[in-house]
Write a protein of this length. Sequence first.
Length: 130
Amino acid sequence: MGDESECCKKGKVYHTFKCSPPISHHTKAILTLNSFEKGGDGDNTPVLALTTGWFNNKKRCHHNITIFGNGRRVHAMVVDECDSKRGCDAEHDFQPPCPNNVVDASKAVWKALGVPKRDWGESDIHWSDA
């Protein structure tokens, strides 16, 4: 898997979410891969987008969280929302809404966790506020 975009399919119904699972000291999530630089891959900066409920109306924006995965941990800055309320439109690059349990991370996060490149795409992780 990679950071290719999945486009919405005509006629398919996509689930939307206004909230996310409760946050604990080790909140379970799915780590996904995202590009954060225009035309780039965010190779060197550990940044991420949180699904709508966890993004919490920008309250976590520009704050670090700690991601635990692959036997390691990394601190990364929340810089965006992975919108789980809307999608399939031009504003969202015609991508489906995010699930309600996503930490959408740059390549730098995957590298810091030591995940082999062939396994990048989706991974079970835990996270907490830093």
